[in-house]
Write a protein that binds this ligand. Sequence first.
Ligand SMILES: Cc1cc2nc3c(=O)[nH]c(=O)nc-3n(C[C@H](O)[C@H](O)[C@H](O)COP(=O)(O)OP(=O)(O)OC[C@H]3O[C@@H](n4cnc5c(N)ncnc54)[C@H](O)[C@@H]3O)c2cc1C
Length: 385
Amino acid sequence: MEDSRSRSQWGTICRTFADEVMAPHVRRHDEERSFPRQVHERAAAEGLLNARFPVELGGRGISCADFAEGIAELSGACPAMTWTLVFNFGALHPVLAAGTPEQKDVFVRRLLSRNGYAALGLTEPENGSNLLATRTRAVQTESGWLLNGVKCMSGNGTVADVFLVLANTVVNSRSSGLSFFAVPRESPGVDVGPDVEKAGFRCLPTPTITFRDVALEPVTLVGRVGDGEALLTELLATIRIGGAACGTGIVTALLRDALVWVRERRLYPDDRMDTLSHVQLTLGRLYVELCAARRLLDAATNRVDQGLSFSRESTMAKYAATELAVRASNEILQLHGWRGIATDYGVEKRWRDSRVLTIFEGSSEIQLRQVFREMRRAAAGADGL
Ligand SMILES: Cc1cc2nc3c(=O)[nH]c(=O)nc-3n(C[C@H](O)[C@H](O)[C@H](O)COP(=O)(O)OP(=O)(O)OC[C@H]3O[C@@H](n4cnc5c(N)ncnc54)[C@H](O)[C@@H]3O)c2cc1C
């Protein structure tokens, strides 16, 4: 697995960080469901935090391809911890895409300069997959906006300094479409609830955030009134690259460790597990599927780096890589017998964490609906399917 593709310099930095800094802390934060502060401090000191942001805003301006490779390497140690480290780029995407220079300065540059956090408020108790039915409302007032609503499962929400909130905008008593707002956490009326206990991604806090008559200044509106739907589409396409990279990273680590296990484990005195045809076929098939998922991910990141549209590619990559992670972790867990479900061996944690991937950032069903629409469009086009 190691030599099958050459690792970039950024990938090597992330792999070293994963092995030396993250790995020793993974189990404790998973068991305690605690935010990995120490790991973040080391990541900040070593320039790993917020590296995908442009240099002028405090990042390192790394490419999307490098970013995805880094996420995959870090996810080999712990996808949840990785998410806590990289999600600022997803949460702040609306500001990067549509913010004014002042908004980029206030909500991005200043936040990054103090190693702060942003969180995303899309999902509501009533609406997860169908975000167009968002109930949170921002009503225009003489001095700005009045925000009311509830958002749930907000990743990094417990530590966030600012929330990027999707809301229905009301101007002159008329519904004016969806818009994004950058809501400072300290605004009166913002209430951050306790973390939700989850089977996987335990060290990523995902609280419910309640907004009660939160008065917002005009500068908090990101983009124009009604731009929210277009920004949401772009945002989801962007964060799905992260989900896909997480999936390929988990599967790579599972296969890497499984090769050691099947080489060393003897089922009968002279019979290593890797001599069994069933084992060879299982791991061989999963490797083919991993290579295919990586190609889809590469296609998406290359298009981002070339400034081309990438929604189709990132959707397919997210679907393929995350479904594979669920399947691979389940099959490799089985190859480990009782050790597969014992907490000492790490396989069950990858199995639990993988289960999250086909749900967040839009479930697999939502990805497939989008792929179906793309397929239908392609079929009707000049070149067909
Ligand atoms: C670890 C984690 C982190 C998260 N982080 C964030 C975050 O930072 N910010 C945020 O806003 N949200 C976040 N979420 C929430 C996540 O985005 C939602 O869980 C997801 O979008 C699905 O919404 P839902 O859970 O409400 O499912 P529902 O929308 O209730 O769907 C239930 C089921 O119905 C299926 N379904 C829905 N519509 C259709 C359809 N048309 N056709 C077929 N099947 C359908 C779904 O696939 C799913 O299986 C996070 C979730 C997790 C687990």
